[in-house]
Design a protein around this ligand. Structure first.
Ligand code: DX5
Ligand code: ZN
Length: 215
């Protein structure tokens, strides 16, 4: 059974407390929080004050996806705001090993995200250190885009790399996940499904979360 991490990017920000209540009553495992800086990605989302407020509503694990340059400048602040897992983009980190050690020293689980163009093989010498690998199945920056089919191949490759290396990293997939394609993604080897639009724009978000989990 996959873990489900709904992306708050698609939530109704005017009724954020209600959206958090819904997630808390649902079978969602984690809260997925997308942070965008307008530099690494062509969009800006939300930051520390919003994340810290949402944290007060829940005991569920905070899965923070940083789409920002120079994440090392802010890692401690994300810990303070409530991050349990902090994921940085490989394309944004010249010193990825140092970034990962910093995140762990701060007491968080460490994740690395790959854009659609970044090969899984780039992780060969860091996979042992990771708690999570996030395969972006759309180009980051926006919710509601279509799943890129080649991502399935990348999930397969990552599953092999993880078993060959003995890494305990979880595989998370993010972007364009729907009730229609979720089963195929889990069968390819995903441990965690992120879903924004599929959950928050559905008529019955709790039922959609349950359906994603119990595929
Ligand atoms: C995109 C974000 C995703 C996004 C997913 O840059 O990383 O987490 O919110 O949204 P959907 O599920 O609508 O593609
Ligand atoms: Zn995300």
């Amino acid at each position: 059974m996959p873990l489900i991490s709904p992306s708050l990017l698609s939530a109704d920000f005017l009724h954020l407390a209600d959206e958090c209540k819904m997630l808390n009553e649902s079978e969602a495992d984690w809260f997925h929080l997308d942070v965008m800086d307008g530099r690494f990605v062509p969009n800006i989302s939300y930051g520390f004050p919003v994340i810290a407020q949402i944290k007060k509503t829940t005991a569920k694990l905070f899965d923070v996806h940083l789409m920002i340059v120079e994440p090392e400048k802010y890692a401690a602040d994300f810990k303070t705001a409530g991050a349990d897992i902090l994921t940085v983009h490989i394309e944004a980190c010249s010193h990825l090993h140092r970034n990962i050690q910093q995140i762990k020293l701060l007491g968080m689980q460490a994740g690395v995200a790959l854009n659609p163009h970044s090969p899984v093989a780039l992780l060969k010498d860091i996979i042992q250190d990771l708690d999570l690998v996030l395969i972006m199945s759309v180009n980051p920056g926006f919710g509601g885009q279509s799943f890129i089919p080649h991502s399935i191949e990348k999930i397969n490759q990552l599953r092999s790399l993880i078993s060959e290396s003995g890494s305990h990293a979880k595989i998370e997939v993010d972007g364009g996940i729907t009730l229609e394609n979720a089963k195929q993604i889990v069968e390819a080897g995903a441990d965690v499904l992120v879903a924004g639009n599929a959950v928050f724009k559905s008529a019955d978000p709790k039922a959609t979360i349950a359906a994603l989990k119990n595929m």
